[in-house]
Design a protein around this ligand. Structure first.
Ligand SMILES: NC(=O)C1=CN([C@@H]2O[C@H](COP(=O)(O)OP(=O)(O)OC[C@H]3O[C@@H](n4cnc5c(N)ncnc54)[C@H](OP(=O)(O)O)[C@@H]3O)[C@@H](O)[C@H]2O)C=CC1
Ligand SMILES: O=C(O)C1=N[C@H](C(=O)O)C[C@H](O)C1
Length: 265
């Protein structure tokens, strides 16, 4: 399986390239960096710190799509949307881990997924995908006397908030209650907010240091509290999930898929 990587010089891009190298039946088809980047024209193995023959990085994404059976993208929302168009044009399976996409961006992915298999997941780890299901179940079992709050912490470089995973947990909690996050979500609070309204799903975002990714969903009720937590200890869980998703997606019929499809959850 020939796998291309958009944004191969990024933190996740490098880990994914290493993971592809370590995966049986997978080979690197190519990897992109931004035009004019200092990392352009460098051998991917050298860039990512492993020893193997590998293609050099390019800034022309179309050449990577042409060479790949499947392309993985952990870049930025604008780049991911543009790459989804290239994936559809070239008929290449596409795996998206980028977070911070707007509803309009997501509609563009759904459009591309009419002609290609496209896996879109804010978190590629097994643990978080199990957590989505647990949160939905707990939320369905409890009534509005339990206030739902979602707390996440990430490294100081992270550019979007709340995290894609936190928003996914919020959606799961809302689904469990038969409401939508658009109706009930409170993404941040400051000032004189007044008392908490029944049924809200609140979020709190922490940023600092090198935290890989911590998420807790709190169900705070009268005289008791349930807290469901996932802590990522290494980005390897995301890279492994992304490669698993790409092997699963290549050759599949067109459609918009999520990690539970890949993991059979
Ligand atoms: N779904 C999941 O499981 C996970 C998702 N993520 C998400 O993945 C994304 C990336 O995270 P991370 O690796 O930490 O961030 P980085 O900033 O380290 O990596 C992003 C890379 O993409 C590059 N890039 C941006 N636009 C383009 C483009 N058009 N062509 C080629 N390269 C491009 C950036 O280049 P430059 O630096 O030059 O701008 C950078 O090297 C984020 O949205 C993050 O939230 C992260 C971990 C897990
Ligand atoms: O930017 C990150 O690092 C991460 N982003 C994802 C998100 O926004 O949920 C997943 C993971 O928590 C790491």
């Amino acid at each position: 399986m020939k796998i291309g990587i958009m944004g191969v010089a990024g933190i996740m891009g490098r880990m994914i390239a290493k993971q592809v190298h370590q995966t049986a039946n997978a080979a690197l088809a190519g990897g992109t960096v931004l035009p004019g980047s200092a990392e352009e024209g460098i051998e991917i193995a050298k860039l990512c710190g492993f020893d193997a023959e590998s293609p050099t990085t390019v800034s022309d994404a179309a050449t990577v799509f042409a060479a790949a059976d499947v392309v993985i993208d952990f870049t930025s929302p604008a780049a991911t949307v543009a790459h989804a168009g290239l994936a559809a044009e070239s008929g290449t399976a596409f795996v998206v881990g980028t977070t911070g996409l707007t509803a309009e961006d997501e509609a563009r992915l759904a459009e591309a997924a009419k002609s290609i298999p496209l896996v879109y997941a804010p978190n590629m780890s097994l643990g978080v995908n199990l957590l989505f299901d647990l949160v939905k179940k707990v939320s369905a079992a409890l009534d509005e006397s339990f206030d739902i709050e979602i707390v996440e912490m990430h490294h100081r470089r992270k550019v979007d908030a709340p995290s894609g995973t936190a928003l996914g947990l919020g959606k799961a909690a809302a689904e469990g209650r038969g409401v939508t996050l658009e109706e009930k979500g409170v993404l941040s609070r400051e000032g004189v907010t007044g008392p908490r309204e029944d049924g809200q799903i609140g979020f709190a975002t922490l940023r600092g240091g090198d935290v890989v990714g911590d998420h807790t969903v709190i169900f705070a009720g009268p005289n008791e509290r349930i807290e469901l937590t996932h802590k990522a200890a290494s980005r390897e869980i995301f890279a492994a999930g992304a490669v698993k998703a790409s092997l699963w997606a290549a050759g599949r019929k067109p459609g918009l898929y999520a990690m539970p499809d890949v993991l059979g959850l």
